[in-house]
Design a protein. Structure first.
Lengths: 247, 95
């Protein structure tokens, strides 16, 4: 059976993680699946402006950066109960379809299989969400580079909606009870769905198994190559820079 | 650069598009767009922003320009069409 590299980066500073993320995509170390858990942070989508999407003065104790893929804010509170993942794969029209929504569906299928394992009513909601009973439990974002794709996503185990609403810059005309109610009704997380806190390592192991089944590969623990480490060091200043984050 | 004037908000199937536009003598002078949509290749987005400057602030001309850039740059934006960007921009131009 083909082996792909697996890395668990653990609890990370999101700026370092985004540099490693880009380095894995832009190096040539083969298909890779990786996990991390973000410290208290906000990641802007490529097309988002910080001062439009966020109430900046309220974000002082958050680390803010931007990723190279589109989509919306990835918000991580101090509970740190999120499993984030990355996949780098060569687009082959089998395991990783050329069609954008098809490729989201394929990778999100790993999370859906995981949630089904926990007997939850999980489904793919195009373009890039995984839902349980139509409530978003996972957001995903993809970019492509030289015949490869990079997809990042999160599985929420716990989530502080009130805190996200506090720091988000919701347009005045939408700042109504209805809007807040709809955000509350539109999101969920694993601890709530299961009625208990499961061990994060146990859930990661289920995700890994489902990944191996879906892609018909074995995941072998590895590390960044020297080339990837060098590229990470080169890319890292961007993710710490004012120009990149507040452009 | 953020133009804190009229915000044009339009939701496409692919995400929320928030536009800020300043027009002068009927032409787009400054423009800024923020949103949670997806667009490939990402860098082509800046060409849209750059090339809309100087265009007449008319729906048809804005949409034609964006469509032209889509074709030239092979842009894909699942769930978001040139017409969606145009709608957001036109809303920002309404006073």
């Amino acid at each position: 059976m083909e082996e792909w590299r697996f890395i668990d980066f653990g609890l990370v500073d999101i700026r370092d993680m985004m540099a490693m993320d880009e380095a894995i995509l832009k190096s040539d170390e083969g298909n890779t699946f990786f996990f991390w858990t973000p410290k208290k942070s906000i990641i802007l989508g490529f097309f988002q402006k910080a001062d439009i999407e966020l109430d900046i003065p309220k974000c002082k104790d958050y680390t803010i950066t931007r990723r190279i893929s589109g989509g919306g804010i990835a918000f991580s509170d101090e509970r740190c109960r999120q499993i984030n993942y990355g996949v780098v794969g060569t687009i082959d029209n089998e395991l990783f379809p050329m069609d954008i929504i098809g490729s989201y569906k394929q990778i999100c299928g790993v999370l859906i299989d995981t949630l089904l394992h926990y007997k939850l009513n999980a489904a793919f909601r195009p373009i890039n969400d995984v839902v349980v009973d139509n409530k978003k439990i996972s957001g995903n974002a993809q970019t492509r580079w030289e015949g490869k794709l990079l997809q990042n996503g999160t599985l929420l185990l716990d989530f502080d909606i009130e805190e996200m609403l506090r720091i988000s810059n919701i347009p005045k005309e939408k700042f109504l009870d209805k809007k807040i109610a709809s955000v509350r009704e539109g999101l969920t997380w694993l601890d709530r769905e299961l009625g208990e806190q499961r061990d994060m390592e146990e859930i990661k192991n289920v995700i890994k198994e489902k990944f191996e089944e879906r892609f018909h590969v074995g995941l072998k623990s590895g590390t960044l190559s020297e080339k990837e480490k060098e590229l990470t060091n080169t890319l890292s200043p961007k993710y710490y820079s004012h120009e990149w984050v507040y452009r | 650069m953020v133009l804190k004037k009229v915000q044009g908000i339009h939701k496409s199937k692919g995400g929320l598009i928030r536009s800020f536009v300043k027009a002068e003598n009927g032409k787009i002078k400054e423009i800024s767009i923020s949103g949670d949509f997806f667009l490939f290749p990402e860098e082509a987005f800046f060409k849209i922003i750059d090339e809309l400057k100087g265009i007449r602030a008319k729906r048809e001309e804005v949409e034609n320009k964006i469509e032209e850039i889509y074709r030239r740059e092979n842009i894909q934006s699942p769930g978001t069409l040139p017409a969606d960007f145009t709608e957001s921009i036109m809303k920002a131009l309404e006073v």
